[in-house]
Design a protein around this ligand. Structure first.
Ligand SMILES: O=C(O)CCC(=O)C(=O)O
Length: 335
């Protein structure tokens, strides 16, 4: 990083400390989040780079109104099976790999996030497990998260170069309380964020499916006492945030919907869509999914954990993926 870039970065950090954000910055909002976006006009000037099997104008209208879209049957089964094969290899042979895993079980406190080899193998195949950034190890993961039909939609909403921010693999439902993503998964521009939930199997009602409040990306933003982003000096907790969203959703008539999609379908959601994981009612029922967060190169020109390092990037279908500087030995080990 040059001296000028360092000074700019420091200025941004100080600005955020003393003048915390109360709303997304109107100047950097994606075009589709601005009032009355001209979808037909946009698509005339910016047709998708890939020939997509869905109606892009319809999907963009739905995104603008509802804060999410489901792209049905867009991922070939073979791609998913290859990725799941890599995942099985990982959890059956954790000693051979380096990657960060979080298991939200009391028995692993106070270090619930560790290198995969530092957890008992059995726990890795159970509940409350989040496998972080497995795409760095798996080429099939990189191909899956940058599938051209996902890329096309992300490019349409951002109208900019898209980058991968992070990914999670789940075997079981997360049972995560309601939240929006922008306070946690934060780039330099919090509105430059979207996530894809790729169903790796048909999702069953008793598996603890994802739910979301339709249209909630337009609700007034929660103030953590430190502005709209969660920070070490926030005076409001994640549970108070969940409570706010669960009250505000019904109060503002944002219907709650449960995601029961099929293997190969993909949900893409807005950075401010309120969502969470419902309760698992059948403890044996899996809910295999690959959840990927994306941003733009403008908002995330570096690996999210290494803002001061020049990133090593790979290009997949026009999307940039940053190599993980913590585990260079793991990059692309599963081909
Ligand atoms: O899949 C889930 O249950 C939760 C995923 C999620 O909320 C997220 O990654 O933001």
């Amino acid at each position: 990083m040059s001296i000028i870039q360092r000074i700019k970065r420091k200025t941004e950090v100080l600005k955020d400390k003393y003048f915390p954000l109360k709303e997304f910055d109107a100047a950097t909002l994606p075009w589709i989040d601005k009032p009355n976006p001209d979808i037909a006009g946009f698509l005339k000037k910016n047709p998708p780079r890939y020939d997509v099997p869905y109606d892009m104008a319809d999907k963009l209208r739905s995104w603008e109104q509802n804060g999410y879209v489901v792209l049905e049957k867009i991922i070939p089964e073979a791609m998913i099976d290859k990725f799941w094969g890599d995942f099985q290899e990982l959890v059956n042979n954790p000693d051979k790999y380096d990657l960060s895993v979080r298991i939200d079980l009391d028995e692993f406190k106070p270090n619930q996030e560790r290198n995969i080899k530092d957890f008992p193998k059995k726990a890795l195949q159970g509940k409350y497990v989040k496998i972080n950034d497995f795409h760095n190890s798996s080429v099939a993961g990189k191909k899956l998260m940058t599938h051209p039909y996902i890329v096309s939609f992300l490019e349409a909403i951002f109208n900019q170069k898209v980058v991968v921010m992070q990914s999670l693999v789940f075997m079981y439902g997360s049972q995560q309380p309601s939240h929006q993503d922008y306070p946690w998964v934060t780039a330099k521009i919090p509105s430059h964020l979207a996530a894809a939930w790729i169903a790796l199997e048909d999702i069953k009602i008793d598996s603890g499916p994802l739910y979301y409040y339709i249209g909630s990306h337009k609700m007034p933003k929660f103030n953590f006492g430190s502005g709209i982003l969660f920070k070490p000096d926030s005076t409001k907790s994640p549970l108070e945030f969940a409570d706010y969203l669960d009250k505000k959703g019904p109060e503002m008539n944002y219907p709650k919907e449960t995601l029961l999609i099929k293997k190969g379908d993909v949900l893409i959601w807005h950075s401010a869509l309120a969502h969470g994981g419902s309760m698992i009612t059948n403890p044996d029922q899996t809910r295999k999914s690959f959840v990927c967060h994306y941003s733009t190169e403008q908002a995330l020109p570096f690996h999210r954990n290494f803002p001061a390092q020049v990133p090593v990037k790979q290009d997949y279908n026009g999307i940039a993926i940053y190599n993980n500087p913590i585990f260079p030995q793991s990059e692309d080990v599963l081909k």
